[in-house]
Design a protein around this ligand. Structure first.
Ligand code: SDX
Length: 430
């Protein structure tokens, strides 16, 4: 990680300043501009942060040009094939995949915290049955901090760890409760004899009326989907969690802020938007008309599930999900015409110069919804499932930031474009 410098020159005054270059272990180097305003009296402007690194992180690495995604150095494809979700969660939180003893200890710690306080059940009763489950999750997860006063001291490593375990353990329980509430079915309690993914499916789809046992293939598909969505470096919702955490808000409130940010259709809400788009397209004969809409500058329609700020190649998660579609739908005996439509849409788009020239490829959201619907989830739950998985990434990134000795409150500046000074006239004269 050698350091060199970048020199900035003001062509009007001839002044110049040097700034150190910071390199990580992989990926683009960065110019450290922390002293830029003090030295030059100038700010930088970077709407959407296309050229801005907000932090150093050792958790996730993305090479957008090559379509590479690694958690703690482990390739996403290998993790999806060879590890379980809680093993991946352990690696994101602590740095390495667990050995057998660590895996069993971590699973025990998570399972121990899967129940939620009975009082939380009453929070759901305040929502209309047709409330979007992401609205419910924003409210209920934020409220968790009201129940766990014994783990809100973010400076105590043990309390940080208990909060992380509680969030990883309880988010599936709350997500399943939001589905049950939406459907008017009774809540199903977690079971300590089931693994993480199977327990989640059981809480979602079991009823008191009859036994429910998901197939091993369904459990494996759920586990794989959670792995693929677990973390993704400094995306919008993770940056929201870090910004909230930089004020030293408690971790439950920070995760609730991440859920709110993820909800947007430009981000995690895209998986629901993809299914709604495919249903709107309806038939492959309509694809050209919708592609023209996606390309028209004056039309707000976008090809949902396509494009990415970082990937300028195929999103490796989309590749895994695309290849899983057939197996999962066959296993479930589901024949979904939307899958063929999605494949045809992808084929035509990837041959179209507009998408080629802008390096727009399918992202993680393009195929995920087809699998989730085949598994029995309503479209409104797709982003909730994204939040269940991403909670591990959010809390790992939050922990990394809090444990960074020189972390500071995030407080961007602006380029002011408003009015100069003007006095306040009495109402009668305004
Ligand atoms: C996720 O950041 C992450 O890591 C996010 C995520 C994660 O795991 O956390 O990967 C999860 O959010 C995936 C993205 C899900 N969103 C969608 O699928 C919504 C559709 N995609 C677009 O809204 C868009 O591609 C974004 C939001 C994903 C990225 O936006 P950028 O980086 O700001 O890109 P841009 O809007 O500046 O687009 C560049 C050009 C523009 O055209 P020009 O102005 O150059 O002519 O590409 C066009 C855009 O109009 N474009 C699209 C398009 N995406 C970009 N045109 C049509 N359809 C699209 N989907």
């Amino acid at each position: 990680m050698g350091n060199n410098t970048f020199t900035l020159r003001n062509d009007q005054t001839g002044e110049s300043w040097s700034f150190p270059v910071v390199s990580g272990t992989q990926g683009p180097p960065a110019i450290d501009i922390r002293s830029l305003f003090a030295k030059t009296g100038h700010l930088t402007l970077d709407p959407g942060f296309t050229s801005t690194a907000s932090c150093r992180s050792a958790i996730t690495f993305i090479d957008g040009e090559r379509g590479v995604l690694r958690y703690r150095g482990y390739d996403i494809r290998e993790l999806a094939e060879r590890a379980g979700f809680l093993e991946v969660a352990f690696a994101l939180l602590y740095g390495d995949l667990p050995d057998l003893g660590q895996k069993r200890e971590f699973e025990k710690n998570i399972i121990y915290h899967t129940l939620v306080h009975e009082q939380i059940h009453t929070f759901f009763r305040g929502f209309r049955r047709d409330a979007h489950p992401m609205a419910v999750m924003c409210g209920v997860v934020g409220a968790l901090s009201a129940f766990y006063h014994d783990s809100l001291d973010i400076w105590d490593p043990r309390q940080r760890e208990i909060s992380a375990h509680r969030l990883i353990a309880k988010i599936p329980t709350l997500a399943a409760m939001s589905l049950k509430y939406m459907r008017g079915q009774p809540f199903i309690y977690p079971r300590n004899d089931l693994g993480y993914a199977e327990n989640f499916l059981h809480m979602c789809f079991a009823t008191p009326a009859e036994p429910y046992r998901p197939s091993a293939a369904l459990v494996r598909a759920m586990d794989k989907i959670l792995i693929l969505h677990a973390d993704h470096e400094q995306n919008a919702s993770t940056s929201t969690v870090r910004l909230a955490g930089s004020s030293h808000a408690n971790p439950f409130a920070c995760i609730a802020s991440g859920i709110a940010s993820l909800w947007g259709p430009a981000h995690g809400g895209a998986n629901q938007a993809v299914l709604e788009m495919l249903e709107q397209i309806g038939h492959k004969d309509n694809i050209p008309r919708f592609l023209e809409k996606a390309k028209a500058k004056d039309d707000p329609f976008r090809l949902m599930g396509f494009g990415h700020r970082v990937y300028k190649n195929y999103d490796p998660r989309a590749a895994v999900l695309k290849s899983s579609c057939d197996a999962v739908l066959d296993e479930l005996g589901v024949d979904d015409p939307m899958l063929e439509l999605a494949r045809e849409l992808e084929r035509i788009a990837l041959e179209d110069d507009y998408f080629i020239s802008r390096q727009l490829f399918p992202n993680v959201d393009f195929y995920s919804g087809i699998i989730l619907r085949a598994m029995g989830f309503p479209v409104e739950m797709f982003t909730v499932l994204f939040a269940v998985a991403r909670t591990v990434g959010w809390i790992s990134q939050w922990k990394e930031m809090i444990e960074e000795p020189d972390h500071r409150i995030g407080r961007p500046r602006q380029v002011y474009t408003g009015s100069g000074y003007r006095s306040v006239l009495p109402l009668a004269r305004r």
